[in-house]
Design a protein around this ligand. Sequence first.
Ligand code: HEM
Length: 212
Amino acid sequence: MTGFAARLRKATMVEHREAETRSFISRLMAGSVPRAGFAALTAQYLIVYRELEAAAEAMRGNEIAAPFADPALNRVPLLEADLAHLGGSYPATAAAQRYADHLRAHCPTSPEHFIAHHYVRYLGDLSGGLLVGKKVAATYGLHDGGVSFYDFDHIADPKSYKIAYRERLDALPLPEERLSVLIAEAQHAFSLNGAVFQELGAAYPEEISPAA
Ligand code: HEM
C-alpha cells in the first residue's frame, strides 16, 4: 500500500497503538470493566454516532463524501436497541459531549472532516471492533442482545469492504492541503475517542476479581 489510505494509517499508528493497549477498550478486552461501564460506553457511542450519521445523511449529495456515507454502516438503531437491552441510564460524559459538538460543527459541511471521523470509527468498528464485540458478549453473557453495535449484518465480508474503502481513500479527488486537514482531523478523532475512554476509565475503575 502506497497511496493515501496507507499514509492515513501510518499517520494514526501511534494513536491506534495507544487505543489498542492502554485504553478503556483494552480493559474491555481484558475483561476488567464492570458491566455498568460497558453500558455507559454504549451510551457515549449513541451520542457520537447520532452526529456522525446525521452528517452522513447531509453528505449523501456531496460528490466527494457520498461514497463513504453508506447506510449499511449505520449504528444508531443498533445502539438504541443495545442500550434498551442493557438497561439503566447513563449521562453523557463531558468528553462525549465535546466529541459530538465537534462532529456537529464540522462534519455535515466539510467532506475532509466527515471522512476523517468516518474512517476512525467505522474502519475501527470493522476491524478490532469485531473482536471487542465477541469478547464483551462472552464477558457479560450477552447472548440475546446488548452487543448488536458490533455486528455488521449488512456487510457480508468486512475484509473486502475495508479493501474497497481504502481504494476510495486512495482515489479522493482532494488537493494536498485538504488531504492534510483530513490526516490532522483523523488524529484529532483518536484523541476525542481517547478522552471518552479516559473519562469512562476514571468513572469505572478496574474491577477487582474475586480472590481465587
Ligand atoms: C483493543 C482495541 C483494539 C484492537 C484489538 C484493534 C485492532 C485492530 C486491527 C487488528 C486492525 C487492523 C485491521 C486490518 O488491517 O484490516 C485495526 C484497524 C483499525 N482500527 Fe483498531 N483496534 C482497537 C481499537 C481501536 C479504536 C479504539 C479505534 C478508534 C477509536 C480503532 C480504529 C481503527 C482504525 C481506523 C483502523 C483501520 C486502520 C487502517 O487500515 O487504515 N481501533 N484495529
